[in-house]
Write a protein that binds this ligand. Structure first.
Ligand code: PLP
Ligand code: COI
Length: 336
């Protein structure tokens, strides 16, 4: 199979329309079989539930070319399970988890020419998404849905690649206690758009949100979990209102089982930020993006950027994803 003629190394995190996407429809209380299609456009009624009441959730994962030339995907079963959680919270019909993984495999396979080569610095980002499509004017769940999986080749999420980021403590909140912060609802991102534009205008790469009940604990950023390093310990904020990042959960395992580090998942107070040596953002898109500084209203807390611990975590995680390092059982789905 011939790869597309793309300058893979200069890709940013953007949308490039690829050849095929998987589409399934939920009508009369059941999902149809679904199919691959070349049609990237979606047509729906002006009163579709997603357009009126934002009934939509999504997932994000990546396909990689390994050193020995296979195409693989990282832990898609966990994305399937998280999307099922998102659907239950938003009163959407779950797309069965085994069929979710199969749809991802089909989509990646059909777009194999778009999977960036090993060593190019780029990957194929896979985006499953579900939304309510039938006309809905009273506030209630839709009765008809579309589930899609599309893919787009991407480079680094943050401009400048691995350059240490400067982020600010946000004055706005992301998720309410007992709200939807723990699921991947589109609405969580809609509410962050004002704040991310403002952060960029003020010279920051991202916003770190605090817990909205007390505004004293670190939550996460708009699109990634946060990790901290103190000595030989990886520390990650525990909260019921952050997204349970698959990257972060994988790093906790890697730190313990591969690197002999201690791992603490616990509430992390804003007042503790000065005690950590290294800090980073982690997620599918972010991978691990090291922090150079967190700015809390004029108080600047500096970190080592790509320090020794974050470097080891980064190299081990990406080594597992790209097939250079043996993966724990069940982490790698071979696609081709
Ligand atoms: N937190 C938020 C708000 C996100 O949007 C994401 C991206 O998926 C993450 C964390 C990281 O999660 P994962 O590692 O599963 O991609
Ligand atoms: C991901 O990392 O997959 C996400 O969904 C984050 C988003 C901000 C691109």
């Amino acid at each position: 199979m011939e790869k597309k003629n793309i300058d893979w190394g200069s890709l940013g995190f953007g949308y490039v329309q690829t050849d095929k996407r998987f589409v399934a429809h939920y009508v009369d209380g059941a999902w149809d079989e679904g199919d691959l299609t070349s049609d990237a456009a979606v047509t729906m009624n002006e009163c579709a539930c997603v357009l009126q009441y934002a009934q939509t959730c999504f997932e994000g994962m990546k396909a990689y070319t390994t050193e020995d030339g296979h195409i693989v995907c990282f832990r898609p079963d966990l994305n399937a399970a998280r999307m099922a959680d998102s659907c239950r919270r938003l009163k959407m019909p779950v797309f069965p988890e085994d069929r979710f993984v199969d749809a991802v495999v089909q989509t990646v396979r059909a777009n194999a020419a778009w999977v960036p080569p090993f060593g190019s610095g780029a990957t194929l980002y896979v985006r499953p998404v579900m939304f309510g499509v039938n006309p809905t004017i009273g506030v209630k769940p839709a009765t008809e849905y579309q589930f899609r999986v599309f893919a787009t080749p991407v480079g680094p999420y943050f401009k400048g690649g691995i350059k240490p980021l400067t982020v600010r403590i946000s004055d706005l909140d992301r998720a309410a206690p007992r709200g939807t912060g723990h699921v991947k609802a589109g609405l969580n991102y809609a509410m962050s758009l004002y704040n991310i534009v403002d952060a960029h205008e003020q010279g920051y790469d991202e916003n770190i949100y605090l817990d909205s009940a007390t505004r004293t604990y670190i939550e996460e950023t708009g699109g990634a979990n946060v990790i901290f390093i103190k000595g030989n310990t990886l520390i990650t904020p525990r909260s019921d209102t952050i997204l349970p990042s698959i990257t972060r959960r994988s790093l906790e395992y890697v730190a313990k089982a591969y690197l002999g580090m201690e791992v603490e998942e616990r509430p992390v107070a804003l007042s503790e930020l000065g005690e950590f040596e290294e800090a980073g953002l982690c997620g599918t898109a972010a991978v691990i993006s090291p922090l150079g500084a967190i700015v809390d209203h004029g108080r600047e807390i500096r970190y080592a950027g790509m320090g020794p611990a974050i470097r080891k975590l980064y190299d081990t995680l990406t080594g597992i994803q790209m097939g250079r390092i043996e993966a724990p059982e069940g982490w790698i789905q071979v696609i081709a």
